[in-house]
Ligand binder design. Structure first.
Ligand code: 5GP
Length: 190
């Protein structure tokens, strides 16, 4: 997606040579117009695929998943929670996920009310790096007896292992921007 790549080039910043900071359009401030077109791009990539529900993970995946839902006929969007709060349904599917940016493991939960056997689920997230979050979400969908029909990623770090993890799990992956390297202190696309 050209517009997205241009935005990464003009507004993205590299931190410590391995994290791409995109706070001003995806991870903190949101560029709603761009996200609208991101949603549209996912709809084009997954055209013809039956989707009952979209699953993402808080926080940054939520806006992207909602924008995608607008272009898939408004299926419900479910977001996996990262913290156990009092109002979280205790009857939940649960997985442990290693956080690449925080370098720690945390639990991810989805209430059993919101994923059911037989549902066709499109998973959406902002980044794919080593595939820990993606694998966790795929696992949750399968725990529910539902089917992960695809994974839509806004920015894939193509030099990390995420793609292999997702393909090994047997899930179709569509990424709108694939980064090849951060060589020379700048973003290079695949
Ligand atoms: P993974 O689980 O695939 O290793 O990492 C995916 C998650 O880590 C994403 O949901 C995202 O929150 C975060 N992440 C990984 N790499 C980056 C990065 O370079 N920039 C940003 N902003 N987030 C990243």
């Amino acid at each position: 997606m050209n517009e997205l790549k241009q935005k990464i080039l003009t507004d993205g910043r590299l931190l410590d040579g391995y994290i791409l900071k995109v706070d001003n359009f995806l991870n903190h401030q949101l560029d709603v117009g761009l996200l609208e077109r991101v949603g549209e791009a996912f709809a084009e990539r997954f055209a013809g695929v039956k989707i009952d529900k979209i699953l993402t993970i808080e926080a940054s995946g939520i806006a992207v998943a909602c924008m995608a839902a607008r272009h898939f006929g408004y299926p419900p969007v479910v977001f996996a929670k990262k913290t156990q709060s009092l109002n979280m349904d205790p009857d939940a599917y649960e997985v442990e996920v290693f956080s690449y940016t925080k370098q720690t493991t945390y639990k991810v939960r989805v209430s059993r009310r919101y994923l059911s056997a037989g549902e066709k689920v499109l998973i959406i997230d902002d980044f794919l790096a080593n595939g820990h979050a993606a694998r966790g979400l795929i696992d949750i969908v399968r725990q529910a007896g539902a089917e992960p029909v695809g994974l839509g990623i806004v920015i894939e770090k193509g030099f990390q292992d995420g793609r292999k993890v997702v393909e090994d799990a047997g899930v179709r992956l569509e990424s709108l921007a694939i980064l090849k390297s951060f060589e020379g202190g700048k973003v290079n696309f695949a």
